[in-house]
Design a protein around this ligand. Structure first.
Ligand code: 4GX
Length: 246
């Protein structure tokens, strides 16, 4: 998959694309991330890409022409799916991440300042996506969030296919707790079943703990999760014992 990024801060992406999972995927040719400087598409000698807003008011707005030239030039005839990162977008979730990962070509538009001339969104953008309801200073961090999440869903990128398949959100539930050495931490021991070597018992414990965590921390997820009959019965048991102790 190829991901093109358009930004006035290309240097922000250098360590990100070279490191860890994304870096390895790039080296292995599974992923190609191209970062382009929007200022290369400015046409004045100061390489400016912003101007005062029509109607007045505080802050600057990114002008349309550099974006239009850049998107046209970089898209060529490959028709990438063009995503604008902005707080006005639809919230990114696991389903959207997998939808994006199925595409061959993505182009991510990272704005700064108060925003971008609305006509860029109208003519050059396929989809507007937000990573959450808070305001950042630019679309660069949201683009990196999206790239990392999408990369994990590209076949072959995550070493153990199993860890993607059993990824908590894939099943619509939160993850179960994890433990590793040492056996005692601040007086707290590891749940005995994990030391038992009984893989069937470990599997059902993890299953139950994933349900418990979801019920306690994100009950909203249970509305959408498509649970097996066994999971439904376990959930009923957990709800009953919560009522008793609660
Ligand atoms: N999830 N921001 C974008 C500038 C901007 C505004 C409007 C295009 C249109 C954000 C978020 C986010 C701050 C990135 C404003 N660009 N993006 N930037 N939350 O807060 O995605």
């Amino acid at each position: 998959m190829r991901i093109q990024v358009l930004t006035i801060f290309p240097e922000l992406f250098a360590p990100f694309v070279a490191t860890s999972l994304v870096g390895r995927a790039t080296e292995r040719g599974l992923l190609r991330i191209e970062v382009h400087d929007l200022r290369d598409y400015s046409e004045d000698r100061h390489r400016s890409v912003d101007d005062e807003p029509y109607g007045g008011g505080g802050g600057m707005v990114m002008t349309a022409p550099p974006w239009i030239r850049a998107v046209r030039d970089l898209a060529g005839d490959r028709q990438p799916w063009r995503v604008l990162l902005s707080p006005q977008g639809r919230r990114l979730d696991d389903a959207k991440v997998r939808e994006l990962a199925a595409r061959e070509e993505l182009m991510l538009l990272c704005g700064r300042y108060e925003g971008i001339d609305e006509r860029v969104r109208e003519t050059m953008v396929d989809e507007e996506i937000s990573i959450g309801d808070y305001v950042l200073s630019g679309g660069e961090l949201p683009a990196m969030v999206l790239i990392e999440a999408v990369s994990r869903q590209v076949p072959g990128v995550v070493g153990l296919e199993k860890s993607v398949r059993e990824d908590s959100f894939r099943r619509g539930l939160l993850d179960h707790p994890h433990y590793t050495r040492p056996p005692v931490v601040e007086g707290l021991e590891v749940p005995e079943v994990l030391l038992s070597g009984n893989h069937a018992a470990i599997e059902s414990w993890r299953e139950a703990e994933a349900l418990r965590a979801t019920l306690e921390k994100r009950p909203d997820l249970l509305v959408e999760a498509d649970l097996t009959e066994v999971q439904r019965r376990e959930l009923e048991r957990l709800r009953k014992s919560a009522r008793k102790s609660g």
